[in-house]
Design a protein around this ligand. Structure first.
Ligand code: GLN
Length: 193
């Protein structure tokens, strides 16, 4: 059966993910309300601004329901801001009351805007575990992963920093595969469902 994948659409780059998921063989639709969250098989949390997304999750009463579905093992793929939100711990999360809130899907510490302090945006080809050819990775004020738990598989690094991980049904990348037209990362996620 074709998996139905939601794209969290409170803020951020949802359109590209919907297209990428469909090209990767999934049914895809946006998630903005509880009824939509409850009916999808899996969820993509896109790039954008993790502090704004956290605020909106709380405003729309989606924070705890989403945490509950993640705790139950709903497969998620987070890119950039989505990677930040999937973490158990966020470094440099932002000012109290407006901070990025961890959804605790992957046992890792992610530092917000980690590359951003050095250079705002950059791209490059990186090796990715499970893919034969390197991935052209686009980083936009990107985070990196500072710590991973023992159950977390590191899939890719850039400049020595961890930028892609998997833990069970959860996948996260610090970069944006949805903007390149290369659907292999989305396919990896969809094929795992
Ligand atoms: N810097 C953003 C954040 O903290 C992430 C940037 C992105 O998603 N491209 O959420």
């Amino acid at each position: 059966m074709t998996a139905h994948v939601g794209v969290l659409a409170l803020q951020g780059d949802t359109r590209e993910h919907l297209a990428a998921l469909r090209e990767a063989g999934a049914e895809a639709s946006t998630v903005r309300r509880l009824s939509e969250l409850q009916t999808v098989d899996a969820l993509v949390i896109p790039g954008g601004e993790s502090t704004a997304m956290s605020h909106l999750l709380r405003e729309f009463d989606l924070l705890e329901p989403l945490r509950a579905r993640i705790a139950e093992g709903m497969p998620c793929y987070g890119s950039c801001a989505g990677m930040i939100l999937l973490a158990t711990d966020i470094a440099d999360a932002g000012v109290p009351g407006r901070a990025a809130l961890p959804l605790k899907g992957i046992d890792m510490t992610v530092r917000r805007n980690a590359f951003g302090r050095q250079v705002d945006s950059f791209e490059g080809d990186i090796d990715f575990v499970g893919l034969d050819e390197p991935v052209h990775a686009v980083f936009i004020r990107a985070p990196w992963v500072e710590r991973v738990g023992s159950d977390v598989e590191v899939l890719a690094r850039a400049d020595g920093h961890i930028v892609a991980v998997r833990q069970g049904p959860m996948l996260a990348t610090a970069f944006h595969p949805e903007v390149t037209g290369d659907r292999r990362v989305h396919k990896l996620f969809v094929d795992s469902l």
